[in-house]
Design a protein around this ligand. Structure first.
Ligand code: XLS
Ligand code: NI
Ligand code: NI
Length: 437
């Protein structure tokens, strides 16, 4: 059997004393943390688009990543060969899941019928590879942004035939995801947004997007697909104003159009930071409303204002992520998808392994650190104490909704002493986190 990564064996856990760059020092899939295996907490996924379709091209330069297995064409043969590459890579890495867009795995044809036939041919091979390796599909999605027909958007295009095309494409992508046992289905807004207010009817576009989502949900129900629908917020890029700006904007849309029971969120680090939020903020915001479904694990660059999609290596970041995920009891049907790409200067296939091994280890460390912080309880106790004026007396009545402004007025006018403010102790808590890192 051909091997595409002959220089790499199955990546092993070797512990912190290991000097082997292609070994896990922290990620030990079966190790138990807070009653669950690391594998269960993290549910890692490799993304097909960056890892197997990334070319290293950027707005200033041509592709730099010439893969030895890739013949440079968009042929079906090439796509089928890539399935072998992907499953060898994922098996050697030891991840339980992968994710794809329809057009990552199979070429777009001249007609929708041709595209669907291509997708079916590759899906048959993916299914076989899943069966023989045990690797599963975390989520599928449709690419509704690359083809020129989607220049004005897909479901929010002013052209009804483009809406129809997108609907037909999502129908097929849902069916293939279902066929492959996908546990979720993702909608990232692509070009659902706009560049110029003068030519845009925002109300109609948002109504259309909602209609699209309801149709997708109806179709999923009709074919028996039980996977979780996920929205992936992003504030800009490719359009100037993306409708799914951040978790709050997505939630407002879902509530407005009666989709709260149907859709959760897939939160991506670099999208959170582009929106001017920290990842922890976005996760917490989604989690407290019960809609944190999955994460796209990557990171941006502090000095660059676009979606650089780098691999996460920052232990503070992964610790913060794991603190929120553990608080809500894990990701359930979601997972940790490395929506990240190697730099265009990292030209060897082996760099793909270095990138993922580092990302997985960073998350495993984040998991262990978060577990230690939780076991210690100091952070939790501090926050609980900080709000303790709401545990009894007037605070308790405020939370219970049993007082009016009149009563607050009487209470303040008649009180002889009010509770004084206490320190937020930010610096002490930041130092505390450093104790565990
Ligand atoms: C792009 C998005 C995309 C989604 C899937 O910025 O992150 O890759 O995750 O469509
Ligand atoms: Ni993403
Ligand atoms: Ni992204």
């Amino acid at each position: 059997m051909t091997t595409y990564f002959p220089e790499v064996d199955k990546i092993q856990f070797e512990g912190t004393s290991s000097r082997n760059p292609l070994a896990f020092r922290h990620y030990n899939a079966s190790e138990i943390v807070e009653g669950r295996t690391m594998n269960d907490w993290l549910r890692f996924a490799v993304c097909y688009w960056h890892t197997f379709r990334g070319t290293g091209s950027d707005p200033f330069g041509a592709p730099t990543l010439m893969r030895p297995w890739d013949d440079g064409t968009d042929s079906l043969d090439n796509a089928l060969r890539r399935v072998d590459v992907a499953f060898e890579f994922m098996t050697k890495l030891g991840v339980p899941y992968y994710c794809f867009h329809d057009r990552d795995v199979a070429p777009e044809g001249a007609t929708l019928r041709e595209s669907n036939a291509n997708l079916d041919a590759v899906a048959r091979k993916l299914k076989e590879a899943q069966r023989s390796t045990g690797i599963k599909l975390l989520w599928g999605t449709a690419n509704l942004f690359s083809h020129p027909r989607y220049m004005h958007g897909a479901a929010t295009s002013p052209n009804a035939d483009v809406f129809a095309y997108a609907g037909a494409q999502v129908k097929k992508a849902l069916e293939v995801t279902y066929e492959l046992g996908g546990e979720n289905y993702v909608f990232w807004g692509g070009r659902e947004g706009y560049m110029c207010s003068y030519n845009t009817d925002m109300k109609r576009e948002l109504d259309h997007l909602a209609r699209f989502m309801h149709m997708a949900h109806e179709h999923a129900k009709s074919i028996g697909f039980k996977g979780q629908f996920l929205f992936e917020p992003k504030p800009k890029e490719p359009t100037k104003h993306q409708y799914d700006f951040d978790a709050a904007a997505c939630l407002n849309f879902l509530r407005q159009y009666g989709l709260m029971d149907v859709v959760k969120l897939n939160i991506e680090t670099n999208h959170a930071t582009l929106a001017g939020h920290s990842m922890m903020h976005e996760l917490e915001y989604a989690s407290i409303q019960g809609v944190l479904g999955s994460i796209d694990a990557n990171t941006g660059d502090l000095l660059l204002g676009w979606d650089t999609d780098q691999f996460p290596t920052d232990i503070y970041l992964t610790t913060q992520i794991m603190l929120v995920l553990m608080k809500q009891g894990g990701l359930h049907s979601g997972g940790t998808n490395f929506d990240a790409k190697v730099r265009r200067e990292s030209i060897d296939p082996i760099d793909l392994f270095h990138a993922h091994v580092g990302g997985m280890d960073a998350f495993a460390r984040g998991l262990k650190i978060a577990a230690a912080i939780r076991a210690d309880g100091v952070l939790n106790d501090f926050v609980r104490q900080r709000y303790s004026t709401y545990d009894n007396g007037m605070g308790r009545r405020i939370e219970a909704g049993s007082v009016s402004l009149n009563e607050l007025d009487t209470y303040i006018q008649e009180s002889t002493s009010l509770t004084a403010n206490t320190s937020g102790r930010q610096e002490m808590l930041e130092n505390l986190i450093n104790r565990y890192i």
